[in-house]
Design a binder for this molecule. Structure first.
Ligand code: NDP
Length: 335
């Protein structure tokens, strides 16, 4: 990170530097540290919230200008002072955005248990974002067959999985996305019943009314702001809102207000925010659910891969303009 970010994050807020003097060794006497080679980096919207000194978006240690930014990644263990991790094993964890990292927080390293799926899936479908979709939909929304489900940022890393989990549950599912290409993907590749390009709609409320004449039972919110307002207007009685993310707000200097919260009362709605990090005890259960779906071709998955650490800042910034089509990740090295 070159400096704290104020407003829209830009590529120039990050720089790539080279340090050839670093030895690829564990520090002396370190029996709880793992040295890894990073293979894939995951681009995640939450990273924007850590680029400011003080923020309502902080729930992890913020980044410091002049230091390496961090995020989820898939890595190979090069050297290990920890008995649970062996050289050559693959793991996913919070790691530095760098080619090699020392990971000290070994309690939060996940071993990669399956090798018959692409390793890169552990930055998304089988990693943090796929798990977020499962927690935020299956565990939080109490979904039932036949319910009407709306997903925003629906073609992204979380949204594409939420939509498919909802279809597998027997729900009627509509997604919103920011381009016609993404709308087409939702309907043809991910099996959504309907989808719309929110950037082309005059009124988001009217678009939702058109897609859900009987109203929405479950809104999986990835964007917040005006879309949340529009969804509140269109919820059915006893509807549930999973407050997963509010990406429309992350670059704003002043957050937008939500106008129709009164609908929470009149429609007896439940809205629950969550941080996926609080649910990692459910990760083995998630794998049991998702792996058969992947193997039987019931879940499909789209990645958007950028090559090379020099292109990582642009990949991260692209999340906030909707440049990514599917889960955005950066490929750093061969497996
Ligand atoms: P995506 O892969 O969906 O990428 C972000 C997408 O957001 C973009 O492609 C773009 O899609 C959309 N977007 C960007 N800016 C705006 C805007 N101003 N208004 C509306 N849409 C916008 O990201 P993820 O799937 O990784 O994350 C989705 C959400 O889930 C984020 O809000 C994230 O913070 C949240 N999240 C929450 C977690 C938790 O624990 N609660 C964990 C992980 C993610 P489009 O072209 O369709 O506009």
């Amino acid at each position: 990170l070159t400096k704290y970010v104020n407003g829209f994050v830009e590529e120039s807020d990050m720089e790539v530097t080279t340090n050839e003097t670093i030895l690829l060794e564990l520090p002396q006497g370190s029996n709880d540290i793992v040295l890894v080679k990073n293979l894939y980096l995951s681009c995640d919207p939450f990273m924007r919230g850590l680029m400011v000194e003080m923020s309502e978006f902080h729930y992890m240690e913020a980044f410091v200008p002049g230091s390496v930014i961090r995020g989820f990644g898939v890595s190979r263990v090069l050297k290990s002072g920890h008995p649970d991790f062996k050289e050559g094993e693959y793991v996913w964890a919070i790691t530095g955005w760098e080619e090699y990292s020392l990971i000290t927080d070994t309690e939060k390293i996940f071993k990669i248990p399956f090798t018959d799926v692409p390793l890169s899936y552990y930055t998304g479908l089988l990693g943090m974002t796929g798990f977020t979709a499962y927690v935020g939909f299956n565990e939080i929304c109490n979904p039932k067959k036949g319910e009407y489900v709306f997903v925003s940022a629906a073609s992204g890393a979380v949204g594409q999985i939420v939509g498919q989990l909802a279809k597998l549950m027997g729900c009627y599912v509509v997604g919103s996305a920011g381009s016609d290409e993404k709308v087409e993907l939702l309907k043809t590749k991910f099996g959504f019943d309907d989808a719309f390009n929110y950037k082309k709609e005059k009124s988001l409320g009217a678009a939702l009314k058109r897609c859900f004449p009987k109203g929405i039972d479950i809104y999986f919110d990835n964007v917040g702001g005006a879309m949340l307002d529009a969804a509140l207007l269109n919820m059915r009685d006893n509807g549930r809102i999973s407050a997963c993310g509010m990406i429309s707000q992350y670059n704003l200097k002043e957050l937008e207000g939500v106008h129709f919260l009164v609908k929470m009362i009149t429609k007896r709605l439940t809205m629950k925010g969550f941080l996926v990090g609080d649910y990692f005890n459910l990760y083995p259960k998630f794998l049991e659910v998702i792996m058969p779906y992947i193997k039987n071709g019931k879940i499909t998955y789209l990645e958007d891969k950028t090559e090379g650490i020099e292109n990582a800042p642009a990949a991260l910034v692209g999340l906030f303009t909707g440049k990514n089509v599917g889960k955005q990740l950066v490929v750093l090295a061969d497996e």
